[in-house]
Design a protein around this ligand. Sequence first.
Ligand SMILES: [Zn+2]
Ligand SMILES: [Zn+2]
Length: 461
Amino acid sequence: MSNYSAIFNCPGCGSPLEIQEGTISLSCSYCELIMRVGSPGRILKYFFESDLDDFTVKFAVERHLKKKGFPLKFERLESRQFHLPFYRFRGMSYALLSEKVAGDDDEEHLMPLKKKVFHRKCRHFDLTIPAFDNKSFGLDSLGVRPEVMPLTAYRKEIFPHESIQVDIEVSPEEAKEKAMAMFFFNLGFAAANKECLSSEMIGEGLSVIYYPVWAYSIQQNNMSSTMFIDGLNKRVFHETPGIFEYRTSGMDRSRAEEINPVQHKCPNCGFDLPASESSLFYHCENCQRSYLIEDDDYVLTDMACAQYETGKKFHPFWQFEFEVENNDTVGKFSRMLTGEIPLIAKSKANNPFYIYVPAFRTANLSMLTSLGIRLCRVQPEIGVEKRNFSPGAEMVLPKSEAIELARFYWNVIRSKYQYLGGAEYDFDPGKLGQEKIIWLSLSRSYSQSKKFGFKKVKLHA
Ligand SMILES: [Zn+2]
Ligand SMILES: [Zn+2]
């Protein structure tokens, strides 16, 4: 997995712990302290440490001049270290595209019929977007460069004080918008014959990463220029004429926080909860209560699973009561979604219509999307019971993101029916009824054990 690792010190024993960026909870491998460091929606700050010093920076500059065939003699005007802030987004992108293609040859028509076909594209993404506006630094993406080095969890006391923290002038929302536009553009979704009907970008992780860069200004033959040296690979990657001026205002629009581990205990009985890299769902073995991590809180939730097939591997799903144009039961939806034969069953007619969103992670996003949409189209009759079971997968999807996916699923389902294209059939999150997490046993293996990589996307602004 191309997760970046990050280092921070255990609040219990002070040992340096290496965790995956975005970790929710963990247990210290030295003192066994159980703690939580993450929660959905929380943006954490990290930085890369650089072992460059004035001597190695000068060496990098000389190497650069030599390569360009310039004399090595110069006057050093200024040398300053900066840390450039980047947002890093990881997650999944979903797009529903319609494409006009020539239909089958039809002898009665001289012109080939144009027909619309729909494509669903689901991908993992992992990209970095500058959180600063100043283009002079010449760095608009971290690309793949930081993967070799672990990050350090940002704390003011340990941040190199001689380095200038560049202002964060871009908000997470602006960065997300920009990322989305670039991402879809880079995937060629903007093709002329394709129309994007619906797209969602579901974030698994958002963080701020400070990247070290040196600005080294020199004078040579009465000309001054500034070279920018990458703090990790120690090479000049960019050059501008003149001395480089930069003044910070201390602005930070990221809302990012320092890592601040808290106790990971049952709010009811104080028993340690299990530790998990990415789970948002925790069950207390002592008092048998279950919790969801939400906005940094432990929110009591049910452990509810399908009655049938006990002992199978249970996977978590969000289940939302859904309503559109006063249709809220399976019976009413069956009159609207006329092609969905399973909806006709009389026994289901009065059941609420649910949108199901898988809340676990798997390498194959298309398979996962198909599974969710299939459940929505079938509206299986599921008897749910509250009891303990051992989960077969981690629950990783917060409600806010499940709602965005629910919108996408609905858009995919209705795309088959032209008369459902109007705005009155749009997904309205305000009309979602009760939601809950239910655990369904799956006959197919959606195993997490196979490690999967996020697709690397090279972005060019
Ligand atoms: Zn410890
Ligand atoms: Zn408890």
